[in-house]
Design a protein around this ligand. Structure first.
Ligand SMILES: Nc1ncnc2c1ncn2[C@@H]1O[C@H](COP(=O)(O)OP(=O)(O)O)[C@@H](O)[C@H]1O
Ligand SMILES: [Mg+2]
Length: 334
């Protein structure tokens, strides 16, 4: 058995707000193996970012881990004091945010920003760090890297800024890269280039990637394994091919129907009526019940547990087998 590199177990994350505690991540379990690309999918507001940010204690000062653990190389990251978690950030675990402009410092050259973690974590001299910065820019296919290294973020296009973010993220050769909708802010051709780049670098550096996306097309192309989140919970985990050939959760099927219609601005699924319930008013039982075509009375009574429906394939739906059969019948007809 491959021991997971990162293993999130029964994680709960609660925000303290004026209206009281809001638990937006509610019992999430996920793992990623060394060198594996795990996609995490689901509509806006499902808790993808909060789950991922919690790995590095970046979910914000009003957030707290109210249950569970996040284990990385034998250490529970949720238990680490601030000075120790900082040792992981950008070194063993890197994070790429959705919006490259806001994550780069406007008053520093991109060279300075790539050099900083190299000097801090790797102990490189300024001269060596500058040389390495140029090499990293080359690696992410930045045109004229020796010129660009002296430029400021506003002088670069969105795609180039995201390449810089990737260069920074990879500078210390992390074991795990968390990429949170890394291409959503970019146009479609640039998206494809950035994703290809990430895939090539992942192979070259043998790092694991958690790729957060709402785009099932991206999942089909890049992911080894997929976790589907809905309303603060994981509802299905499976190898990527099984997610597409035998989706067991009605929500996963709805996500798949949305592939051609999905674009970067979509906040809701065009093929699925209704919205994700709010964390302040979570229904009892299955949280997807209101939007589900397969629901029966029992679904509203208890929270469906995850159970196996195939090789490394788990689904949190008491109707999963029926749902899979239905899917196969509609595929045969099509
Ligand atoms: N700082 C915060 N305070 C209160 N609620 C928050 C905060 N950040 C996120 N949330 C809520 O947590 C839920 C999950 O958000 P998020 O993880 O960003 O979703 P996703 O990344 O799947 O779109 C949402 O309901 C969001 O409104
Ligand atoms: Mg998000």
């Amino acid at each position: 058995m491959n021991r997971p590199l990162l293993s999130i177990e029964d994680l709960r994350v609660t925000f303290d707000t004026n209206e009281g505690g809001l638990t937006v991540v509610d019992g999430v379990s996920l793992s990623v193996n060394a060198g594996e690309i795990l996609a995490v999918v689901g509509e806006s507001g499902c808790g993808k970012s909060v789950t991922a940010l919690s790995v590095l204690q970046l979910a914000g000062t009003n957030s707290r881990v109210s249950g569970g653990s996040i284990n990385f190389e034998g250490v529970d990251l949720t238990k680490l004091p601030a000075d120790q978690i900082r040792q992981y950030r950008g070194k063993k675990i890197s994070y790429i945010f959705q919006e490259p402009m806001t994550s780069l410092n406007p008053v520093l050259t991109i060279g300075e920003q790539i050099m900083e973690p190299l000097m801090l974590h790797e102990g490189l001299s300024r001269k060596a760090a500058l040389k390495e910065a140029v090499r990293l820019l080359e690696m992410v296919n930045m045109p004229s890297p020796d010129v660009r290294v002296r430029e400021y973020p506003h002088q670069l296009s969105g795609g180039m800024r995201q390449r810089v973010m990737i260069a920074i993220a990879l500078s210390c050769k992390p074991a795990l890269l968390i990429a949170d909708e890394p291409t959503t802010a970019l146009d479609v051709t640039v998206q494809a280039q950035i994703l290809d780049l990430m895939e090539n670098l992942q192979k070259e550096l043998q790092m694991a990637i958690i790729l957060i996306t709402h785009d099932m097309g991206v999942v089909a192309e890049f992911a080894h394994r997929v976790a589907v989140m809905y309303a603060g919970k994981v509802v299905e985990v499976a190898p990527a091919d099984a997610i597409f050939s035998q989706p067991g959760h009605p929500y996963t099927q709805a996500l798949m129907r949305s592939i051609p219609a999905m674009d970067s601005d979509v906040e809701r699924l065009p093929t699925l009526a209704g919205t994700v319930p709010s964390p302040a008013a979570m229904p009892a039982g299955c949280r997807f019940f209101d939007r589900c075509d397969f629901g029966i009375a029992e679904c509203q009574k208890t929270d469906p547990p995850m159970f196996g429906t195939g090789h490394e394939h788990t689904v949190a739906c008491i109707r999963a087998e029926h749902v899979q059969c239905h899917f196969q019948r509609t595929q045969e007809k099509a």
